[in-house]
Design a protein around this ligand. Structure first.
Ligand code: CMP
Length: 141
């Protein structure tokens, strides 16, 4: 089915100048960028985004990493977009990511893991709305 998912290119990948390479992988896989912006996340914005992880031991480091430099947030649209994006990203821990995936190629650690992607339809809907208003999303039909 046609889906939308939220993708974030994290500060480590932005710092490596890998924005174009990563977006190119999405496009080559048939996903369309229907919204895109670069933002520097405030602590509050990052904490709200990752609220479900607030009790996890890695939460503080995660928020501190996500506010360490600009990120590029995008809405990707396409057939099976949520799973397709997760396949392209590879496992959360780059040591476990399959060869040829974004994390295998660009990530350096489980924190600096290059990209985030929504993991289910409910989180995709929440995460897209967390960053984009309806007017900022440009369906391409
Ligand atoms: P992300 O998909 O952005 O969602 C939460 C992030 O927490 C995850 O990617 C990792 O970068 C980071 N993280 C750090 N430690 C862990 C862990 N042990 N398990 C899951 N995520 C972790």
């Amino acid at each position: 089915a046609q889906e939308r998912t939220l993708s974030i290119i994290k500060p480590d990948a932005v710092a490596k100048n890998a924005v174009g390479d990563i977006i190119s992988r999405f496009e080559k896989a048939g996903l369309q960028v229907v919204a895109c912006k670069m933002v520097s996340l405030s602590q509050e914005k990052a904490e709200g985004f990752y609220a479900e992880h607030s009790e996890r031991p890695f939460f503080k480091d995660l928020v501190s990493f996500m506010t360490s430099g600009p990120v590029v947030v995008q809405v990707l649209e396409g057939d099976n977009a949520i799973a397709k994006n997760r396949e392209l990203m590879g496992a959360t821990d780059p040591k476990k990511a399959e060869a040829g995936t974004i994390r295998a190629d660009f990530a350096t650690s489980i924190d600096a893991n290059a990209v985030h992607g929504s993991d289910a339809p409910e989180s995709a809907q929440r995460e897209v709305a967390y960053f984009f208003s309806d007017e900022e999303i440009c369906p391409r039909g």
